[in-house]
Ligand binder design. Structure first.
Ligand SMILES: [Zn+2]
Length: 110
């Protein structure tokens, strides 16, 4: 899975920056819109770190719900997929405020 590869690239870059040799845990945030299955991601992650200095590291996955921001009233709300109306004023000028992220939140190592 290419997501796992880019995740590991980001982890590697952070470890170099912090001069870490061993990875203990990684925490990431995965948005609902990315359609990434946490369990599939975990499986790929574990398979990709086997035999690397990252082996044994724990992966924490935080799921971020899809959120919309109304351009008319500024309301930020939990949005169901394909729902495109503001929960506050009923307006239809909605932009995505969250749910499409795939972020490296934190990591621990030695
Ligand atoms: Zn609104």
């Amino acid at each position: 899975m290419s997501i796992t590869r880019s995740l590991l690239d980001a982890v590697r870059a952070e470890m170099d920056k912090a001069a870490l040799k061993e990875l203990r845990s990684v925490s990431i945030r995965v948005g609902e819109l990315t359609a990434v299955e946490p369990e599939a991601l975990r499986f790929c992650f574990e398979a990709s770190i086997k035999g690397t200095p990252f082996e044994g590291a724990a992966l924490e996955i935080e799921e971020a719900p899809l959120r919309g921001r109304c351009k008319d009233c500024g309301n930020v709300f939990r949005m169901a997929l394909f729902e495109r109306n503001c929960a506050g004023c009923g307006g239809s000028s909605i932009e995505i405020a969250g749910g499409n992220e795939l972020d490296l939140v934190s990591m621990e190592g030695v």
